[in-house]
Design a protein around this ligand. Structure first.
Ligand SMILES: NC(=O)c1ccc[n+]([C@@H]2O[C@H](COP(=O)([O-])OP(=O)(O)OC[C@H]3O[C@@H](n4cnc5c(N)ncnc54)[C@H](O)[C@@H]3O)[C@@H](O)[C@H]2O)c1
Length: 326
């Protein structure tokens, strides 16, 4: 029987999650709750499920086996805890939590409920990224020297104000990806800037240089300030170079016009959501397989972001990352 999946939140990111549900035969759409009734009905109609008129109705529905938590960042922990208490598995959008303590509470609640609580760390579920990780682990590239994760997707001020600064909002993707591909950095040196906001005071660009325990340097770049329209675009690029070879993954292999949201026109972006959902249903829930990036890796990502914030405050100084196990 296929997994009944509900959405808690019907905003922009419900689009790629809906695409993933439609592309995954082992999952069917059970319904959606959003306090914005119009958005709720639109997504329910598009995906063919129920428009729940309250969180209680969603949680009480026997058709809902699992919930994708797609509401704003500050709601993730409380929503995920409510779902786990009702015996629902949860796939929780990033950043899944703001503190290690919240992640520990989610871990305890998931164990108590016997349910999966999986961070929606979608970028690394793309097959090109899982292959890169496998090849790094096998030593195919020899001694790793350097790594880049680049992100350049323009976000106008109206869109960006929903999210806040790019460090906490987007670089969490960079941080969990780095941990997945190369492990935990020992230090970060970070600078941040803003060039295109008139009202917002947060950063629209950030550059983090991470020093790994073996002195490999990993360079993480994120910008909402400008997209890259050049002939060799750095929209989203992963590159790892070693003594015997290297690997590149770019979202620009296929691109089409789609104005519904940033990223919608990049099939590589959508493929990450689809493979993430397949893994959630068929591996994590059905077989008990550990997520490629779980609650501990979410805690590691928080530790990296916190060190980056401390580095920015210290004028870019190389700053130790302090990890906590949950
Ligand atoms: N993984 C990715 O690539 C990716 C991309 C974009 C956004 N996100 C994340 O997804 C989440 C949502 O982002 P978005 O772009 O869809 O935002 P959005 O502002 O477009 O939509 C948020 C929706 O949540 C609804 N909402 C508010 N409070 C709610 C509550 N308590 N319960 C249910 N719904 C509630 C709002 O009415 C709105 O429809 C954020 O955490 C964001 O960081 C992830």
């Amino acid at each position: 029987m296929s997994l009944g999946m509900a959405f808690w939140g019907a905003g922009i990111v419900a689009g790629p999650h809906g695409h993933a549900v439609n592309a995954t035969p082992s999952v069917h759409f059970a319904g959606v709750y959003d306090p914005d009734g119009d958005r709720c009905k639109t997504v329910a109609n598009e995906l063919g499920g129920q428009a729940f008129d309250s969180p209680e109705a969603l949680l009480a529905s026997p058709d809902v086996d699992a919930v994708a938590v797609l509401s704003p960042n500050h709601t993730h922990v409380d929503v995920a805890l409510a779902c786990l208490a009702a015996g629902k598995h949860v796939l929780v959008e990033k950043p899944i939590a703001e503190t290690h303590e919240q992640l520990a509470a989610l871990d305890a609640a998931a164990r108590k409920a016997g349910c999966v609580c999986m961070p929606a760390h979608n970028y690394i579920y793309h097959p090109a990224v899982t292959r890169a990780q496998r090849l790094v682990e096998q030593g195919a590239f020899g001694q790793i020297a350097s790594m880049w994760i680049l992100y350049n997707i323009f976000h106008g001020e109206d869109l960006a104000q929903r999210y806040g600064g790019v460090l906490r909002e987007v670089c969490v993707h960079h941080a969990y990806s780095l941990v997945y591909l190369l492990g935990r950095p020992k230090t970060v040196s970070t600078v941040a800037s803003s060039v295109h906001y008139e009202k917002l005071t947060c950063e629209d660009m950030v550059s983090i240089t991470c020093r790994m325990p073996d002195d490999v340097l990993a360079n993480l770049w994120c910008s909402f300030a400008a997209s890259d329209p050049t002939s060799d675009p750095w929209t989203v690029v992963y590159k790892i170079l070693g003594s015997k070879g290297g690997v590149v993954h770019s979202w620009n292999g296929a691109v089409f016009d789609d104005t519904r949201g940033p990223g919608y026109g990049f099939p590589d972006y959508l493929d990450g959501f689809t493979e993430e959902l397949r893994f959630f249903a068929e591996d994590a829930i059905a077989k008990g397989t550990k997520p490629l990036s779980g609650l501990q890796e979410a805690a590691d990502a928080i530790a990296i972001i916190e060190a980056a914030e401390a580095s920015i405050a210290a004028g870019g100084r190389e700053t130790a990352v302090i990890y906590k196990n949950i």
